[in-house]
Design a protein around this ligand. Structure first.
Ligand code: NAP
Length: 286
């Protein structure tokens, strides 16, 4: 029976450290603040926003919300991003994506100052992740996978890591973060020839494909640590991951639940990035 790697204790431990860092920054006259930019009312954005607001309040980070109708013009959105860039009292920006189709998302992401990009959406941030230079911030969800492995004491050096999904939001940056930690990484996608065989070879399996329960008995091998990033609705409308939990639990060594796994950690990572961005912007070590 697999150990259940819940996200809540990981998030709590992270939040405690962030709250202490925020307190130290405030004592030095810096009050970390996050801008949230949301276009429209997508339920998943609203849900994540509620979690981010709660987490930021918990650790003492101020949030300024910019809520725009989904008819907003590109020029207005770019104007807001520029105002955030110029506002010395804002240290990080969370922009919900995807943006409505009429908006040039690449242009909006490119407009954000890399120093305020706390969710890895600018080319500058991603370049830092891919170069392993430590500059910029990785996407919070990709980083959350690493936080779970670290919290539960999983040593990555020399391990075989298989990541299913190659998006710039999760799969690719997660692969780079695992590589930096000396795992040997395989990145799988829809054209992977034998996905099940690739997955079975993994010591650590990161599922980020966005397909309900697609990794089952043929993908999971004994002893694996399985991190399920997927957030999907199954045929009954229930929230489920990419991993068939009932198939994984008897076989794997550890598995993250959905809900209550990676998703629970993401807002704590976001808060840490905001505090760290504030420290960097003011030349403070945190
Ligand atoms: P995405 O942009 O749609 O990318 C999905 C990736 O999975 C693609 O690279 C795709 O391959 C691959 N894939 C899809 N079906 C596959 C299959 N049958 N076999 C092999 N590979 C397959 O999705 P995303 O934005 O990365 O999100 C992935 C999942 O994470 C979603 O369920 C999303 O809701 C969830 N998510 C969770 C959090 C959290 O906090 N836990 C945050 C954000 C997103 P190709 O490149 O070949 O198309």
């Amino acid at each position: 029976m697999a150990r259940l790697w819940k996200g809540a204790p990981v998030a709590a431990a992270l939040s405690e450290r962030v709250a202490a860092q925020v307190e130290r920054l405030k004592q030095r006259g810096v009050s970390p603040a996050l801008a949230i930019v949301r276009v429209g009312q997508r339920p998943e954005d609203l849900s994540y926003e509620r979690g981010a607001l709660k987490r930021c309040e918990m650790v003492g980070i101020t949030v300024k919300q910019f809520i725009l109708p989904d008819t907003v013009e590109l020029t207005e959105l770019l104007h807001i991003v520029e105002a955030i860039n110029q506002d010395a009292a804002i240290h990080g920006c969370l922009l919900f994506r995807p943006l409505p189709r009429h908006l040039d998302e690449a242009a909006v992401c490119a407009a954000l100052a890399p120093s305020k990009d706390v969710d890895g959406i600018t080319a500058g941030s991603l370049a830092g992740v891919f170069a392993g230079s430590g500059s910029g911030f990785p996407p919070c969800t990709a980083q959350a996978c690493l936080e779970i492995l670290d919290y539960y004491g999983y040593e990555l050096t020399g391990k075989r890591a298989v990541v299913v999904g190659r998006s710039l939001v999760i799969g690719k940056p997660a692969a780079m973060l695992l590589l930096q930690r000396n795992a040997t990484v395989t990145l799988c996608h829809t054209r992977t020839a034998d996905l099940a065989a690739e997955c079975r070879r993994a010591d650590v399996l990161i599922a980020a494909a966005g397909k309900a329960g697609m990794l089952g008995v043929s993908h999971i091998a004994p002893g694996q640590a399985v991190i399920d990033v997927g957030i999907n609705l199954d045929a009954d409308g229930m929230l489920v991951g990419d991993v068939d939990f009932a198939a994984a639990e008897p076989v794997a060594d550890a598995v993250t639940p959905v809900p209550g796994g990676v998703g629970a950690v993401t807002t704590s990572v976001l808060a840490r990035h905001v505090a760290e961005a504030a420290a960097r912007l003011h030349g403070l070590g945190g």
